[in-house]
Write a protein that binds this ligand. Structure first.
Ligand SMILES: NC(=O)CC[C@H](N)C(=O)O
Length: 307
């Protein structure tokens, strides 16, 4: 791809680095509060199979809610579309990712699969269909990234389980509305394990190449999902992937994306590339502050976006 180079990514890292110090590392999960805030990495994987990277692109971090995009992919692969969409909506929430307010007003049906309530419903669906959802997810990730060494971070998962009052409240509220079938603790454990998975920017950029390539992972012969489903997931990422900041992210960055409170963000330009940035400090919406700035610079420098 014209212009894209490791040097360009290095330039982006240098330009964005001064933002470190302006955000705040997630501390509501104590194990995440330990992470060194002074880190910034970026990796870009193009459809011709080239990987470009700069900064701390090889350092593994907690993927957190980035896993929600993969859990949804898994759920849409094992369920009929309508079974999924009868339990969770497809609209942006305009609320914090872990808010309860809307859920009560809307009778236990979460707005979308990327806020916590929606991801918990997806985990509940997976628990009905798969023997060990967390291992199915791990298998998918190792397959897509070509990295069999990717692991769960049991310390992070345990830390989150210990501080799970809000996520438990969300799940129990949905149970009351009959939109949660399995035991809350069992599903929460699976959900936290999925969030705890440790990956670096390079492996994440590779993992999400299927969304840049109409459902077929770059370098793989087999299709993972149909072009239609790939379009649908990208549309949801573009409208809901960054929670109550999805509009601002679309305006500044112009790509479908998914963030996590570990400070990672994945994004794609269909037909061109999949990207991952990481910097642990978050803004008020719980999205990586320097990460968004890096993606904004990238799309502006390349003069490419989905819009
Ligand atoms: N936005 C996020 O990454 C949130 C995920 C986190 N594990 C939680 O449930 O609160």
């Amino acid at each position: 791809m014209k212009d894209l180079s490791n040097e360009m990514l290095q330039e982006i890292i240098s330009e964005v680095k001064p933002l470190i110090g302006k955000g705040k590392v997630a501390d509501y999960i104590p194990a995440l509060a330990q992470v060194n805030n002074n880190q910034l990495g970026i990796a870009v994987y193009t459809l011709d199979g080239r990987i470009y990277h700069a900064g701390d692109a090889s350092t593994a971090f907690s993927i957190q809610s980035i896993s929600k995009a993969l859990s949804l992919t898994l759920a849409l692969s094992v369920y009929e579309e309508q079974e999924v969409w009868s339990r969770v909506g497809k609209e942006p929430s305009g609320q914090a990712f872990n808010s309860l307010v809307q859920l009560e007003l809307e009778h236990g049906i979460p707005r979308n699969p990327f806020i916590n309530a929606g991801a918990l419903v997806i985990s509940d669906l997976l628990a009905d269909k798969l023997i060990t959802p967390r291992f199915s997810l791990m298998e998918l990730i190792r397959h897509l990234s070509h990295n069999p060494k990717i692991q769960f971070d049991k310390g992070v998962a345990r830390s989150e389980f210990k501080h799970s009052a809000r996520n438990s409240a969300i799940a129990y509220l949905m149970k009351d509305y009959d939109n949660f079938k399995n035991q809350v603790e069992t599903v929460l454990k699976d959900y936290f394990q999925a969030c705890s998975i440790k990956m670096n920017c390079i492996d994440l950029a590779k993992t999400f190449s299927f969304l840049a390539n109409r459902g077929t992972p770059v370098g793989h012969k087999e299709t993972l999902i149909s072009p239609k489903m790939s379009k649908q997931i990208n549309a949801l990422l573009a409208t809901c992937g960054l929670y109550d900041e999805a509009g601002d992210f679309a305006y500044r960055v112009g790509m479908p994306g998914k963030s996590g409170v570990g400070g990672g963000i994945i994004a794609v330009i269909p037909g061109e590339m999949s990207i991952c940035v990481w910097s642990p400090e978050l803004n008020e919406s719980g999205n990586s502050l320097a990460g968004i700035a890096a993606l904004e610079l990238l799309t502006n420098k390349l003069s490419r976006s989905i819009f």
